[in-house]
Design a binder for this molecule. Structure first.
Ligand SMILES: NC(=O)c1ccc[n+]([C@@H]2O[C@H](COP(=O)([O-])OP(=O)(O)OC[C@H]3O[C@@H](n4cnc5c(N)ncnc54)[C@H](OP(=O)(O)O)[C@@H]3O)[C@@H](O)[C@H]2O)c1
Length: 312
């Protein structure tokens, strides 16, 4: 975690749930538009970048009235496997797709190589770990708590670095990049996926080991998954819902209930206090207000790949 000038979201102070705007669901739709009912919301690290202007709210309405252009970007998910919808925000949603796309496009992975993955218990990192293991790589991983390390080992990460790193999957940026540069093998590939260590502080870390890029003939690739999604998503949707449903791809989710839970989830993911992929549950599958099995509305539930809900 960074020290010094840190600016994490503070529930009730720097974030606020605004319930003043009521959308009239009886009102006429935009021409060619659709009215979307929100069941679950994804909380992701990048949302921090949208929190600089206090006058710009997130678009998180219980109902959302879209115009034709926005509606054209919607995708119908069949969910033949009958997975919980929250799954399509994490392992089968944007984060899982990010792992798949970045790995396929940039890793040039070969059996027997070694990859280092940071924030490896997160939605992106844990998918990368499993893709790499499936291809016969040694996986070295870092995560911020004993519980996260246990999960990362459970999905196949190895212990101990013997022969240097061939691929570095960077989810955090800053000092970790310097450490990885030091440990890279010649002709290694660095995949820059995220830089969460700098999302909450204006004090940006300056990389010191850039000379290693030349000496070791390394390749850096940064990417934004949206740019490549259309080429990869058909295969992704064909392959991974089945693998998640059968437990071949493991994942964990942390469910926060109701809009008030969103504030806590936004703070937790930035501080590393989330246990797993945070999802805010608004409605249940029948369209009623989502709640914990004990009837509560603001608790946290974690799931592993077995999809059994445990209250905490
Ligand atoms: N390029 C793209 O298109 C794209 C798309 C999606 C996501 N991303 C990026 O991919 C990365 C992973 O995303 P995710 O959704 O799976 O979230 P995630 O890894 O679960 O992100 C939250 C985790 O980051 C770690 N973290 C927080 N502050 C940190 C710090 N100062 N230093 C080191 N680690 C810190 C914490 O894990 P630990 O407790 O283990 O430290 C925290 O639980 C993020 O950087 C995200 O911005 C990029």
């Amino acid at each position: 975690m960074p020290s010094g000038n840190i600016d994490y979201p503070k529930p009730g102070e720097t974030t606020r749930v605004d319930k003043t705007e009521i959308l009239n669901t009886e009102a006429t739709l935009h021409d060619g538009g659709v009215l979307v009912k929100v069941i679950a919301l994804s909380i992701d690290p990048y949302l921090r970048s949208r929190m600089h202007d206090p006058n710009t709210p997130f678009e998180s309405y219980l109902w959302y009235n879209m115009d034709a252009e926005q509606a054209a970007q919607l995708r119908v998910i069949k969910n033949d496997e009958k997975l919980p919808w929250s799954t399509y925000l994490g392992v089968l949603g944007m984060p899982g797709q990010t792992a798949y796309i970045g790995w396929k496009q940039y890793s040039q992975a070969k059996k027997g190589e070694t990859v280092f993955v940071t924030s490896a218990a997160g939605a992106v990192g844990s998918f990368v770990v499993q893709l790499a293991k499936a291809q016969g790589l040694t996986v070295i991983a870092s995560a911020g708590s004993d519980d996260k390390v246990e999960f990362v080992q459970d999905i196949g990460a190895d212990v101990g670095l013997e022969n240097g790193i061939d691929i570095y999957w960077d989810n955090v940026g800053s000092e970790m990049v310097d450490a990885a540069l030091q440990a890279m093998n010649n002709f290694g590939r660095i995949i820059c996926c995220g830089a969460i260590a700098s999302y909450n502080t204006p004090n940006r870390y300056g990389i010191k080991n850039m000379h290693q890029v030349v000496e070791k003939r390394l390749t850096f690739n940064g990417f934004i998954m949206n740019d490549l999604a259309k080429d990869y998503l058909p295969d992704f949707y064909k392959t991974y819902p089945r693998m998640v449903a059968s437990g071949k791809i493991k994942h964990r989710e942390q469910l926060y209930y109701g809009f008030d839970g969103a504030e806590q989830a936004l703070a937790d993911i930035q501080k590393g206090e989330n246990i797993a992929k945070p999802v805010v549950m608004i409605l249940d599958e029948e369209g009623s207000k989502a709640s914990l099995p004990n009837g509560g509305t603001t608790g946290i539930t974690s799931r592993d790949g077995t999809l059994s809900a445990n209250e905490s």
